[in-house]
Design a protein. Structure first.
Length: 306
């Protein structure tokens, strides 16, 4: 966390505020954050809340923010010293973009030189939708957003995973103007500790939150008129069917039913065999029958794909 904050304090553009939301940390983080806030009273505001997950934390920070532009950062992220200066210059250019982003490097925190460029952040992206429905092209820390754009999109869902993807999809329905800066501006770092969405430290909550986030994403798909036979819709339906089976395997019957219901609503463009598989799964129920179905389905998949 301290390195993340220091990367903001090192910005060449000085007209910024830092809002840190401590989302119920139980280690030494609270003391570190208090020390930073006490040292930089002119720049840092510190908010405390019981653990609610990243969605609620980002929404809390967004409600406190007064600036014209917003940068979301998680505790492991870093930004280059010139990021704000370059992005603000782009925001104030003739094109008046709503989102500005640059290249993001992804690497283990101990091996910064052994990086990959994260997803599509080394190339211009002209639109968020429909592409983000199947593959979010950047990391949460990659873009800067115009504050007014985020307000129009509504509140960030209080979830622990995929809330950032869902929020970007709602942003995308506004058809924002996006500008790309071909410079390395953001670092997305991996570490060996617990990260909710990666290490499955609370698998039940993760799956439940994924179902909720994707149900909202499906509503956005419908709102923007995405065709039933589009690749994004078909891929989404198959992903929801997988999520339904994962929920059933964990004994989360209610979430499994909700995921399967959304998968079937999105399945209009799928082949008949995929629709029949969903129908067979529905008839199997969400207990022992579902677990047996999963074993047979996975075995058939392995046979088919060698």
């Amino acid at each position: 966390m301290a390195e993340c904050v220091q990367s903001v304090l090192a910005q060449s553009w000085r007209n910024y505020e830092i809002i840190i939301v401590n989302d119920g940390s139980t280690d030494a983080t609270a003391g570190v954050l208090s020390g930073l806030a006490d040292t930089h009273t002119d720049k840092i505001q510190l908010a405390q809340q019981p653990n609610q997950g990243p969605g609620a934390a980002r929404q809390k920070g967004l409600e406190m923010a007064k600036g014209e532009y917003v940068q979301f950062l998680d505790s492991d992220d870093l930004i280059r010293p010139e990021k704000f200066e370059l992005c603000v210059s782009a925001f104030e250019s003739e094109s008046r973009p709503d989102i500005v982003y640059g290249v993001t490097h992804y690497y283990h925190q101990d091996r910064p030189d052994d990086y990959i460029v994260w997803k599509q952040t080394s190339q211009p992206i002209s639109t968020i939708l429909p592409g983000f429905f199947s593959n979010r092209a950047w990391a949460t820390s990659t873009p800067l957003y115009r504050h007014s754009l985020l307000v129009k999109a509504g509140k960030i869902l209080p979830l622990s995973c995929e809330e950032d993807v869902e929020f970007d999809c709602r942003i995308g329905i506004q058809k924002p103007v996006i500008e790309f800066i071909n410079r390395h501006l953001t670092d997305f770092r991996h570490h060996e500790g617990e990260r909710f969405s990666v290490n499955h430290s609370n698998r039940e909550r993760q799956l439940t939150d994924q179902v909720q986030a994707r149900s909202h994403i499906f509503a956005t798909m419908r709102a923007c008129g995405l065709p039933d036979d589009s690749n994004e819709m078909k891929q989404f339906s198959k992903g929801m069917f997988l999520l339904a089976r994962q929920c059933a395997a964990q004994g989360l019957a209610e979430s499994a039913i909700a995921a399967l219901d959304t998968a079937r609503k999105a399945a209009t463009g799928l082949d008949n065999k995929d629709k029949l598989a969903m129908q067979a799964y529905r008839l199997a129920g969400h207990g022992r029958g579902a677990r047996l179905f999963n074993r047979v389905y996975d075995w058939l998949y392995r046979v088919k794909n060698g």
